[in-house]
Design a protein around this ligand. Structure first.
Ligand code: BDR
Ligand code: CA
Length: 308
């Protein structure tokens, strides 16, 4: 079994990503840690707990940081719904997270599985950055870290140039990107290009007919409206799921090694991931940037995960 740990600000696309990892045959998700982002920490933790329960798993969910390192929290209920899960009436309360702080659990699980653990981040990088500040050597103990965040090329989704997860806590992102951890960045450009679902395509998944198939589509209700009205897409897109798909099967992506610099300023520069394609900075090309993805393979993996 391959060992994963997933850090998430669980909202509608994160939940699908969790389903894909939890349902995949040879993946053991040792822990899920939650972080504030799309929704406040408590809501995201409830959403993760509900998703784990729906999958019939007992994967522990630990709550982590409730706000970014230096900044106030900015959430995205306008994108994912007030409950983060499309406001379709799911009972997203009353479940109890496991004992322990997400940051401590990241450290414990990585240390206990040194060089044999894949870390996937689906939200702002606050938890991972705080863990690295406390214990910088963690960077060398993670076999690989797949980050849904940033922009590989093109436009942003929260400002003209920035992606939400990096923009929410850019200081955390900078700490993680410069930590020396082996990182693959799956930017939002990969999502809108290869993981957008129009009505016919989402119907095709929903008609598989299992509770999980209906769940992964129905919770995108708010995102679907937002994507059409604000992002110029044909329907909802799934950034976190395509990141998990690539972590599970790296042959889904194509990658190039570049230096990536995170801008921690304010205004329109906040949260930019500057990809140094021509090596202008002369700095170490420390990040593997996903440059394209195999949409067909991604959708096959997604469908397989909801058939059970
Ligand atoms: C990222 O931000 C959130 O809205 C999604 O869950 C995803 O992690 C996309 O920019
Ligand atoms: Ca997310």
């Amino acid at each position: 079994m391959r060992k994963f740990i997933i850090d998430t600000d669980t909202a509608s696309d994160d939940a699908v990503a969790l389903v894909m990892a939890l349902q995949y045959p040879d993946i053991d998700v040792l822990a899920i840690t939650t972080v504030a982002g799309n929704v406040p920490l408590k809501q995201g933790t409830q959403n993760a707990l509900y998703t784990v329960e729906l999958c019939g798993k007992d994967t522990p969910v630990y709550a982590g940081c409730a706000k970014p390192i230096l900044r106030n929290l900015s959430t995205a209920e306008n994108v994912h719904g007030n409950d983060g899960m499309g406001d379709i009436g799911l009972p997203l309360n009353g479940r109890i997270p496991a004992d322990g702080h997400g940051v401590d659990i990241l450290r414990e699980v990585i240390n206990a599985n040194a060089n044999d653990i894949t870390l996937i981040t689906l939200g702002p990088l606050t938890n991972v950055a705080v863990a690295l500040l406390r214990e910088p050597e963690l960077a060398q103990k993670v076999s690989h870290c797949y980050i849904m965040g940033g922009i590989g090329s093109g436009h942003g989704n929260i400002t003209p140039g920035a992606e939400f997860n990096v923009w929410v806590d850019p200081e955390a992102a900078k700490i993680v990107f410069e930590s020396g951890m082996p990182i693959t960045m799956v930017g939002w450009d990969i999502s809108w290009k290869y993981a957008t679902f129009n009505k016919a395509e989402s119907d095709d998944i929903r008609q598989i007919g299992t509770p999980l198939a209906e769940f992964v589509v129905d919770i995108q209700a708010t995102l679907d409206e937002y994507a059409k009205a604000e992002s110029g897409l044909a329907g909802f897109d799934l950034p976190d799921p395509i990141t998990v798909a690539i972590a599970i099967d790296p042959s889904i992506g194509e990658f190039k090694q570049y230096h990536v610099d995170v801008t921690t300023g304010d205004g329109l520069a906040r949260g930019l991931t500057m990809v140094d394609i021509l090596g202008a900075t002369g700095k170490d090309a420390q990040i593997s940037v996903c440059t394209s993805a195999d949409r067909k393979k991604f959708i096959e993996q997604l469908k397989a995960s909801v058939r059970a």
